[in-house]
Design a protein around this ligand. Structure first.
Ligand SMILES: Cc1cc2nc3c(=O)[nH]c(=O)nc-3n(C[C@H](O)[C@H](O)[C@H](O)COP(=O)(O)OP(=O)(O)OC[C@H]3O[C@@H](n4cnc5c(N)ncnc54)[C@H](O)[C@@H]3O)c2cc1C
Length: 389
């Protein structure tokens, strides 16, 4: 029981919002999650969850289920488009070192696990938040259908385009990364990739393949491109085959071309990749932000969802240990700010490196990656993945 917090409203039923609701519910707070989508479970594609996220999910009581549902990744490789391995990371050793594995999971599966951990009736779908008003006694949240609800605390977990953040901090501007991403999931019988994820680095574009288990493969691709030009699904496949169709075609079935060709065009997701510079403030009064709404990062380190789960635990812990709402939120903000800012900046820089286009710059980059010993690679990601929320 938290004496100053009886009831909380979470806007956004993504990974961040659901994790926060589970953590608060476990502390005896009555929570309602409001999600704009009509149906639960985002379509999405795959996700890599690093040991930091698995450990946080364990604290929510969901670690075993997530590991069982997803697939452990034992090795990550960076390759040239022709398939030459530039760098390899023994991610199995990370499990030994940090006590939790690297797991690839379908987003929809993770959503299902999170939803099932909430008491029935705690999520309301089809509710588009349009704003809020707060006073000394509480915060009232308004919805586009004219309904409203009131609680002691509002958690804005409504993603990178957050309505709650725009009301709190309208000055925040998104930063375009310079590239777009496509994503998809296919079912392909290919045992050769079991436990190995690969990212191929070309000139101004990358292609990644991650086994999800049960013969499913999650793939993603990036290319330098202006924002705001989302093509119709039918064109996406053609563009992908033009960009990547001649990349790595070894004997195994999970060749880049085969993976793209096997994905139904309408199931290929397309996103302009944005983040924003780390924010100096995460809260005002009874309203606080969480997940992509406050620490959106480019996907290069695969840490966005991992950090959202971490932040959920941190928020719940700060509230449970705090003496009042104000000081608890202040503590959450100061605890989470440095780490999330560090990851956001690092991920942005890694993306710039991966998206280099100039042939000479790419040659130098590849040589640098090739010459970097594995232990140095490991060291460079340990701070991100070895963290305990
Ligand atoms: C290409 C790509 C690959 C990625 N790969 C990884 C990875 O491998 N590992 C990893 O950890 N992260 C990865 N990420 C990042 C990860 O997807 C995000 O960080 C994570 O989904 C953030 O969760 P969230 O709950 O904060 O936000 P979201 O997932 O964006 O959820 C926000 C929710 O709020 C709802 N919402 C929005 N506005 C409103 C409103 N006004 N009213 C009500 N509801 C609203 C939305 O419908 C949504 O359900 C990747 C991202 C991309 C783009």
């Amino acid at each position: 029981m938290i004496h100053f917090l009886k009831r909380a409203i979470v806007v956004g039923g993504g990974i961040g919002g659901l994790s926060a609701a589970i953590a608060l519910d476990q502390m005896g707070v009555e929570v309602t999650v409001y999600e704009q989508a009509a149906e639960p479970g985002e379509v999405g594609a795959g996700l890599t969850l690093w040991p930091n996220a698995i450990k946080a999910l364990r604290k929510l009581g969901l670690g075993k289920q997530v590991i069982k549902t997803g697939a452990k990744i034992f090795r990550g490789e960076i390759c040239t488009p022709g398939g030459k391995i530039l760098s390899g990371l023994d991610s199995g050793e990370l499990e030994f070192r940090f006590g939790a594995p690297v797991v690839a999971i379908h987003r929809a599966d993770l959503h299902k696990i999170l939803l099932a951990a909430l008491p029935p009736g705690s999520i309301r779908m089809g509710m588009v938040c349009s704003g809020f008003q707060q006073d000394e006694e509480g915060v009232t949240v308004h919805f586009a259908n004219g309904q409203s609800d009131r609680a002691d605390l509002l958690i804005g977990a409504d993603g990178i385009h957050s309505r709650i953040r725009r009301q709190l901090f309208p000055e925040v501007a998104l930063r375009y990364s310079g590239y777009i991403a496509w994503r998809g999931v296919v079912t392909i019988a290919d045992e050769s990739l079991r436990g190995i994820s690969r990212e191929y680095w070309g000139r101004g574009k990358r292609f990644g393949i991650v086994p999800l288990g049960n013969r499913r493969i999650y793939w993603y691709a990036t290319a330098n491109h202006p924002p705001g030009q989302t093509p119709p699904p039918a064109q996406r496949k053609e563009t992908l085959l033009r960009h990547f169709g001649r990349w790595h075609s070894p004997l195994h079935a999970a060749a880049v071309k085969t993976v793209i060709a096997a994905t139904p065009a309408e199931a290929i997701l397309y996103n302009d990749i944005y983040d924003f510079s780390p924010l100096p403030q995460w809260r005002r009064g009874r309203v606080v932000l969480l997940g992509d709404a406050v620490h959106a990062t480019t996907p290069n380190l695969g840490q966005g969802a991992c950090m959202a789960v971490e932040s959920s635990l941190a928020l719940a812990r700060c509230l449970a240990d705090g003496k009042d709402l104000r000081s608890s939120l202040r503590r959450y903000e100061s605890e989470r700010m440095p780490r999330t800012a560090w990851i956001t900046r690092r991920s942005y820089r890694l993306g710039r490196l991966g998206q280099l286009e100039n042939p000479l710059a790419c040659l130098l980059r590849n040589m640098m990656v090739w010459l970097t010993p594995e232990r140095v690679m490991k060291k460079s990601i340990e701070k991100a993945v070895g963290y305990e929320a």
